[in-house]
Design a protein around this ligand. Structure first.
Ligand code: IDP
Ligand code: MG
Length: 150
């Protein structure tokens, strides 16, 4: 099982899409193992987006991400990193296909509602950044209906 970080960005919180986004994750068959509403400090956002430092959109990205609360979600499942990226759709909402979160709810490249870790290394690093207290471990009884366990 993989665990990955999802953020509902400030635009998603402002637009009242937190429940919709959480519902998509849950309905897909991902287990929630971390969930919080947070107002991220600048230092956290700098660490989270270190890979984009120096790019033209970096400062506006940090300003946007610090403009209001975000919802941090840790989800677990088989191939969860790629599954979440698929549910999100590509970066630009105008290009994201229907039935993806970005495709269904936005038209912007900057304000694109969700973040999802892009690989095992970034998932581990981002989970440690956003959930330094650790995740919530629990026995998930729906597992046998979502996966082929044999
Ligand atoms: P991703 O979120 O789909 O992984 P990244 O390339 O990692 O996309 O970019 C991180 C975030 O930075 C994007 O989700 C978006 O909010 C913002 N961003 C990326 N590219 C641009 C751009 O060209 N203009 C403005 N904002 C951008
Ligand atoms: Mg990215």
């Amino acid at each position: 099982m993989e665990t990955t970080l999802v953020l509902v960005k400030p635009d998603g919180v402002q637009r009242g899409l937190v429940g919709t986004i959480l519902a998509r994750l849950e309905r897909k068959g991902l287990q929630l193992v971390g969930l919080k509403l947070a107002r991220p400090p600048r230092a956290l956002l700098e660490a989270h987006y270190a890979v984009h430092q120096g790019k033209g959109f970096y400062e506006s990205l940090l300003a946007f991400m610090g403009s209001g609360p975000v919802v941090a979600v840790a989800v677990r499942g088989a191939g969860a990193i790629a599954v979440v990226r698929g549910l999100m759709g590509p970066t630009n909402g105008a290009e994201a296909p229907p039935a993806t979160l970005r495709g269904d709810f936005g038209l912007s490249r900057s304000f694109n509602l969700v973040h999802g870790s892009d690989g095992p290394g970034t998932a581990a690093a981002e989970l440690a950044l956003w959930f330094p207290e650790g995740l919530v471990e629990w026995e998930w009884n729906a597992l046998r209906w979502v996966y082929d366990l044999e």
